[in-house]
Ligand binder design. Structure first.
Ligand code: PSV
Ligand code: MN
Length: 404
């Protein structure tokens, strides 16, 4: 618990003078939680090269240690999303215990249907029934892994698609996809959900089988109420209004969650909020305006040149700040401005919240949560990067999947 700083006092006095309920805002902010991705801690790169970093985790257990450090510093990253077979182990009981000892829980389970050579022409949509059956088996295995780890969500991104017109029948592929996902959906235990992610292109260049939120929501509607769409901020064409997609999915009660990152050109995997923080703020404004519990929030970033733990800490901090700003929007004034058809008044209300420096508020809430007021500074001062660089030389203590 840290004493309130003068900056915090000045900010909260100003917010209270405006009529905002500061303790409610702090309460919401204190409960903010995001999953970090195990695959974001290991070596990763672009197709042009990978730059190994000193101290990189050698197995899933060390990836979880890094995730625990991010949570220790931010107080807002209590779960780790896992990716299989990258995070495969012989004994999931041991992995679950390790998560618990690290103060974490498992997040969404991400099946991997994009790396096995058999999937060259697709997984669930492959013309070959034997390959489709193999893909379904992997999905069912991932449901069992979720059960063993105490998780309750499958988060599926499918790389399937075609590179050339005429390569395959588009409607036949859709039918295969529906059939395969129905098998997965039918196997979900009560209370488990299925998140369906879409991506415009890459690795397929002509027609991706789940390319956009429309093709994803149609699938979800066929499957059932526990199938919802996952929005990855890197997976749209340039200029697409992502916050409107969020609003429409929420309206249909099919917004399952997010993969946060940022992009300038394509699926760049940059630190969330580093390129387009205003978009991030507007997305949180939509989430706050829905007035329900936040959906599943996950970071999906694989850093190549950035120090990985620091990049993850900064990402969580950027998310906290975007959420804090969205909580500052004077919603009744916004509604009045909109009802009065005042074109710019509503926009100015949003700008007022966005332009507020919420860092003292976030620092205070983190301190109250037992985390660091300034997580990046504490990470550097604490020397975590140096500690793991010294400790993690040599090969993996436990064999696990190696991220790309
Ligand atoms: C694909 O680009 C993606 O966004 C999917 O979520 C994958 O699971 C993840 O990146 C890791 O490759
Ligand atoms: Mn993603």
């Amino acid at each position: 618990m840290t004493d309130p700083t003068p900056e915090y006092e000045a900010l909260t006095n100003r917010l209270a003078d405006k009529g905002l309920d500061v303790s409610r805002i702090e309460h919401e902010l204190a409960g903010f939680a995001v999953e970090t991705p195990s695959w974001g801690y290991g070596d990763s790169g672009t197709r042009f090269g990978t730059f190994p970093q000193p101290g990189r985790p050698r197995d899933v257990f060390e990836r979880i240690e890094d995730a625990a450090e991010v949570h220790r510093l931010t107080g807002a990253a209590p779960a780790v999303a896992l990716h299989f077979p990258w995070d495969e182990v012989a004994d999931y009981g041991t992995l679950r215990e390790h998560l618990g000892r690290s103060g974490l829980r498992v997040g969404a389970i991400n099946p991997n249907l994009f790396q096995d050579p058999d999937y060259r022409l697709g997984s669930l949509t492959n013309p070959d029934p034997a390959i489709r059956a193999k893909a379904i088996d992997h999905l069912l295995e991932c449901v069992q892994i979720a059960v063993a780890l105490g998780g309750d969500a499958q988060s599926l991104w499918l790389a399937d698609g075609t590179n050339y017109a005429g390569q395959d029948d588009l409607r036949a592929r859709r039918q295969r996809l529906e059939d395969g996902l129905s098998r997965l959906y039918a196997s979900l235990p009560d209370g488990h959900e299925l998140l369906v992610e879409y991506k415009l292109f890459e690795p397929a260049f002509y027609a991706t089988d789940i390319a956009d939120w429309g093709s994803a929501i149609l699938l979800c509607q066929r499957l059932g109420p526990r199938a919802r769409v996952l929005v990855d901020l890197g997976h749209h064409a340039q200029g697409v209004n992502v916050e409107q997609i969020v609003a429409l999915l929420a309206h249909e009660e099919r917004l399952g969650g997010f993969h946060f990152n940022n992009r300038k050109y394509a699926d760049d995997d940059l630190i969330v909020g580093s390129v387009n923080p205003f978009e991030l703020f507007l997305i949180f404004c939509e989430l706050v305006s829905v007035g329900r519990e936040l959906p599943r929030l996950t970071i999906d970033q694989s850093h190549n040149i950035e120090p990985k733990v620091e990049a993850m800490v900064l990402s969580v901090v950027n998310l906290q700040e975007a959420y804090a700003k969205a909580l500052l929007v004077d919603r009744s004034a916004l509604t009045s401005a909109q009802e009065a058809s005042d074109v710019l008044a509503g926009h100015e209300i949003l700008l007022d919240a966005y332009n507020t420096d919420v860092r003292p508020l976030c620092a205070h809430v983190r301190g109250r949560n037992g985390a660091a007021a300034d997580p990046v500074a504490e990470l550097r001062a604490f020397g975590y990067a140096e500690t793991i660089a010294a400790a993690r030389s040599g090969t993996a203590a436990v064999s696990g999947g190696t991220p790309r």
